[in-house]
Design a protein around this ligand. Structure first.
Ligand code: URA
Length: 223
């Protein structure tokens, strides 16, 4: 396992790659790529769909109306942005907030997997259909899978993938907002349960615990 300092350095390298990325045509229309923000050592990671207008302008994920609902839900559960890492499947805004195209997801997903590999979260909360389908490798829609954790290998590690509705859907439909609240309230217990058993965990246990300390990532610091 990398030291917190090394992990942070590698995350900064990845941040630079993402900001300069031209792998898909979205780089021609975006204001800037939105890497993600939060705690490089977070146990809990949120993965949304793609930056919207405000995110594209500010370079920070979930800063619009949906982001304010996300902040509210975090606070209701004793969490704030500095405790978690928030990012999206796509790092660039699709024009007019249209749905991501399969080729855009294919071009961008190695960045997400590398973020997971470096941050090593215990729980990845997928917000809405795009992130959920990508990380569960299933076509089952969010209305059938929300609120129930699934163990998956992501970025080379076993993690609890916890699908919930996208906050934007909660803004549109009061019943969905209620379901979001109910599902969010399950997060503290899921986090307290710790990581799922890793392949090779027994050998790692035999080597003893590694020193670990928080390292914070704030995109503004990297420019
Ligand atoms: N919706 C998303 O999926 N991500 C954002 O960053 C903002 C809105």
């Amino acid at each position: 396992m990398a030291t917190p300092e090394r992990r942070r350095e590698q995350l900064v390298e990845l941040y630079r790659d993402v900001r300069a990325c031209t792998l898909c045509p979205l780089h021609e229309t975006r204001t800037q790529a939105v890497f993600g923000a939060g705690n490089a050592n977070a146990d809990l990671m949120f993965v949304g769909e793609a930056p919207g207008q405000q995110e594209d302008l500010q370079g920070i994920p979930f800063v619009g109306r949906a982001g304010r609902l996300l902040d509210e839900l975090l606070a209701e559960n004793g969490l704030e942005r500095g405790d978690v890492f928030i990012c999206n499947v796509l790092k660039s805004r699709p024009p007019g907030n249209r749905d991501p195209e399969p080729e855009e997801i294919a071009a961008c997903k190695p960045y997400l997997f590398r973020q997971v590999e470096l941050i090593e979260p215990t729980v990845i909360c997928t917000l809405g259909n795009f992130a959920t389908k990508l990380l569960t490798r299933s076509n089952t829609g969010i209305s059938r899978v929300h609120g129930v954790p699934q163990v998956h290998q992501v970025g080379g590690r076993a993690v609890q993938v916890f699908p919930i509705y996208h906050p934007a859907a909660g803004l549109r439909t009061p019943r969905v907002k209620e379901l979001l609240r109910e599902d969010f309230a399950k997060l503290p217990a899921l986090l307290a349960a710790g990581p799922p058993e890793q392949p090779g965990a027994a050998a790692e246990r035999a080597r003893g615990p590694a020193a670990d300390a928080p390292a914070h990532v704030q995109p503004g610091l990297f420019d």
